[in-house]
Design a protein around this ligand. Sequence first.
Ligand code: ATP
Length: 271
Amino acid sequence: MGIPYFRFFDRHYKEGTLIRGRYQIVRELGVGSYGIAYVANDWETGRQVVIKQLRKTRRKMQEKIQSFQREAVILRRLQHPQIPALYETFIERGVPHLVMEYISGETIETLIFDKGKTYTEQESFQLLRDVLDVVEYIHANEIVHRDLRIPNILFRDGNVFIIDFGLARFFHEQIPHVETYVLEKKLRRQIDVKSDFYALGHFTLFLLYSSYEPTTDEERSWEEELSISEHARFILRKMLQIDEPYHHIRELMKDVDELIRKDGATDVIVS
Ligand SMILES: Nc1ncnc2c1ncn2[C@@H]1O[C@H](COP(=O)(O)OP(=O)(O)OP(=O)(O)O)[C@@H](O)[C@H]1O
């Protein structure tokens, strides 16, 4: 007998739904590749939480369950004020759920694309530096995040927060078939600290592009388009693995520290 069709449909919680007699759904936050995220009120503690409900999909269900479990293990390991704390995990109607700290900030994606926020070179590298402090802690726990993109970095009251550990891995884990990935994906998904630097290179480019005014329709590379200092270009080329990559976060932090200590105005402006 075939598996009933309805089992592959997600049952989204409606606003106001009470789960386990304590979590009341406030609103849906979004649907990720393997989870549906909600903000909920926890009536036992009085705090707002994020609940992630595993999505049901026709394919790779086992893999998704493992990723979900891994996110829980990783969040439990990481105890840092700029990373959401994991409060509990439970299974409800056969579906795994994670309950974690709600970070009420705005993502860098929202700030740039919806709010029109712009960053100078100094501000971009200062923000990168703040993110590196948190990533240093993640790497010190032998974990690589592998998804450090603008929607996964939040900003609130002058502090950055890193969320979404769904693709994070311990250093010792192996992924099968990494050779089949296209180069971009391979650089982002390697279980190596270099993949976080690569992603943060792109993150920094997004920040720098926020204040870029195109002067031509012609598409050019970031090195031709952006008016940035030689030092900034040097760091970005290493992060993006165009030049010899950084092998440890301390090397990158040292270079970024030098750049942000300098008065941007004295830098040689290229392009
Ligand atoms: N702890 C949190 N605090 C605040 N917002 C969160 C938190 N965790 C997730 N979100 C938000 O919930 C939404 C869904 O997040 P989720 O991580 O499930 O998927 P995604 O990032 O959209 O997709 P994917 O995981 O496939 O990359 C996103 O908008 C994200 O910003």
